[in-house]
Design a protein around this ligand. Structure first.
Ligand code: PRP
Ligand code: URA
Length: 212
């Protein structure tokens, strides 16, 4: 029986690694892992877990004043200060975009295409249409899986070269390559198998979402 790593162990990896303590995340993640879960339910669960983890990951977004009127009085409220960029890593990150846009509807979406070479497990970039100048100050990298960390590290490399100032994400490789980048995840799993798959994990997140 394989297991998740206790949340306290996450601190030993990086103070910037946040494993969600939410009971709903743990319950939904168990259904996501279940090999009997079909693609329709799998997609729904990815969306719901993304909402819960993104709620935690966006807790430090900066605000600025926003003056409005209610039907009764003037009111000084708040709006987001910085432009948010959502960066789904193709393919599996697509399943987190809707949840992120529901929370931050004005966010820009910039897709990055990466796949892992099955032999070397190194990420190969195949899609990147970022304009030359950064147009988002805070980038949220969206990917349901972080195994060797190669794909996430490559994505953060691209975003830092682009000029994004802050990149909160969702482990050891990533945090040592980019110690300044917060990582928000639903769970920290036991180990990678000889093919680089997360154990217990949930299999191939792209295949399970898209029925391939
Ligand atoms: C999966 C996943 C991550 C990557 C994680 O994508 O969505 O992007 O693997 O592995 P790593 O941390 O070892 O780099 P995959 O390469 O299977 O591509 P796909 O989503 O197109 O199937
Ligand atoms: N990518 C996946 O989709 N699953 C894993 O376990 C590892 C990488």
């Amino acid at each position: 029986m394989t297991r998740e790593v206790a949340p306290k162990d996450a601190v030993a990896i990086s103070a910037r690694l946040h494993v969600s303590p939410h009971p709903l995340v743990r319950e939904k993640l168990t259904r996501l892992r279940d090999e009997r879960t079909p693609p329709t339910e799998f997609r729904h669960l990815v969306n719901q877990i993304a909402t819960l983890v993104l709620y935690e990951a966006t807790a430090d977004l900066a605000l600025t004043d926003s003056e409005i009127r209610t039907p009764l009085a003037a009111y000084r409220g708040a709006k987001l200060k910085e432009t948010v960029g959502l960066v789904p890593v193709l393919r599996a990150g697509i399943g987190m975009v809707e949840a992120a846009l529901d929370l931050v509807p004005e966010a820009q979406v910039w897709h990055i295409g990466l796949f892992r070479d099955e032999r070397t497990l190194r990420p190969i970039e195949y899609y990147n249409k970022l304009p030359s100048e950064a147009t988002a100050q805070v980038c949220l990298v969206l990917d349901p899986m972080l195994a060797t960390g190669g794909s996430a590290t490559a994505t953060v490399d691209v975003l830092k070269r682009w000029g994004a100032k802050r990149i909160p994400e969702g482990v050891a490789t990533l945090s040592s390559a980019h110690p300044d980048v917060p990582i928000h995840i639903a769970a920290l799993d036991d180990h990678l198998n000889e093919k680089g798959y997360i154990v217990p994990g949930l299999g191939d997140a792209g295949d399970r979402q898209f029925g391939t």
